[in-house]
Write a protein that binds this ligand. Structure first.
Ligand code: SF4
Length: 356
């Protein structure tokens, strides 16, 4: 790509048809819950954009986030890398290694001052720089150096967003989320262990097209993907509303696909798009495979624990209440009496009480 080229001319040169390009823009717009009319604006924004420089840093993590994004269905990672972004540095995916790899990072920073995006997976250990170093540089140092001239930073995964498993008690490395070190730099958290691949590619496409951050929730997560709980969209919800629950993983209720609330599902207090986007190109997600949600996209999910313990709502009273609410809800066009926020507040309050 020549320095002055925009994406439209680059894609034309590569033989990417306008039809294929518009299809990509329409899908990216739908991922971000934008109205159909926004697809055109998104396409125009992308066409006029230059190929975005992205520097991807991996700290205390398990490579699950990178594994996840390589399984993005559409837009695929290949789409993103070859057509829309210049992935100038990524420990796992880049071909070069050693000094050449570090040189690539420094060159990308110098050539794209104020314009490159930093993507981070993993938390940063603060207790001892030696706990995690790359090319002799501590994670903290590398993050602060790289962020200096960045346009924005995207934390992918729960470790980068909230500390995740490395920061779980007793947090032996003094792990912190990226937000502890970004000093006001625009930040998007795409949490999940790992995050949904389309959430990552969708957000990157949005930033490329519109040159701004998408609308975020109070935890810095894009509302398009984290605006509703899994429970809000779960296909087992009709069973919950009728008070029909599996009591074990192999009982008659489980075999009939009943709600997994009583075997510990955290879907009512977990904000993510697993129930709609699912995984592997929309094939399935944990609840569809018979296991309750663990709540992995919420802060402190590991320390909250209780993965097989039901949420602390008084279930004895809930069945009849919910059955009544389902009838009333159906008439009113609303869901059951207990809102997701109420659930979440009750859950967090109970966990806090247990700790006292
Ligand atoms: S409790 Fe879990 S399994 Fe039941 S409807 Fe909600 S999200 Fe689905």
């Amino acid at each position: 790509m020549k320095p002055d080229d925009n994406l439209a001319s680059e894609l034309e040169r590569r033989g990417v048809s306008r039809r294929a390009f518009l299809k990509f823009a329409t899908y990216a717009a739908s991922l971000m819950a934008l109205p159909p009319s926004a697809a055109e604006a998104l396409a125009e924004g992308l066409a006029a954009a230059r190929r975005q420089s992205v520097i991807w840093l991996s700290f205390q993590e398990c490579t699950g986030c990178t594994e996840s994004i390589t399984r993005s269905h559409a837009p695929t990672l290949e789409n993103l890398i070859f057509d829309f972004i210049s992935l100038d540095y990524h420990h796992t995916l880049m071909a070069v290694s050693g000094e050449a790899a570090e040189e690539a990072r420094l060159q990308a920073m110098a050539a794209n001052k104020g314009k490159y995006i930093v993507v981070v997976d993993g938390s940063v250990p603060l207790d001892n720089p030696g706990y995690s170093m790359i090319a002799g540089v501590s994670n903290r140092q590398m993050l602060e150096d790289t962020l200096k001239d960045a346009y924005a930073v995207i934390a992918v995964g729960t470790c980068a967003s909230f500390g995740g498993i490395p920061a779980a008690k007793p947090n032996p490395t003094g792990a912190v989320p990226i937000s502890a070190l970004t000093s006001g730099k625009p930040l998007i958290n795409i949490s999940g262990c790992p995050p949904i691949p389309e959430a990552m590619t969708g957000v990157i496409s949005y930033v490329l097209s519109f040159g701004k951050l998408p609308e975020l929730d109070h935890l810095g997560r894009p509302k398009a993907f984290f605006g509703e709980t899994i429970h809000d969209r779960c296909y087992r919800r009709p069973f919950y509303d009728r008070g029909l629950f599996a009591e074990g993983f192999d009982d008659a209720g489980a075999r009939q696909g009943y709600c997994l609330y009583k075997v510990g599902c955290k879907g009512p207090v977990t904000y993510n798009a697993c129930a709609t986007l699912k995984w592997n190109g929309g094939v399935s997600f944990p609840i569809q495979s018979g296991h309750g949600c663990l709540g992995c996209s919420e802060p402190n999910f590991w320390d909250q624990g209780g993965f097989y313990r039901p949420l602390p709502t008084p279930l004895g009273a809930m069945g009849p209440i919910l059955a009544g609410a389902a009838v009333a809800g159906a008439a009113l066009g609303v869901g059951a009496a207990l809102s997701a926020r109420n659930h979440q507040q009750a859950y967090l309050a109970a966990r806090e009480k247990e700790k006292e």
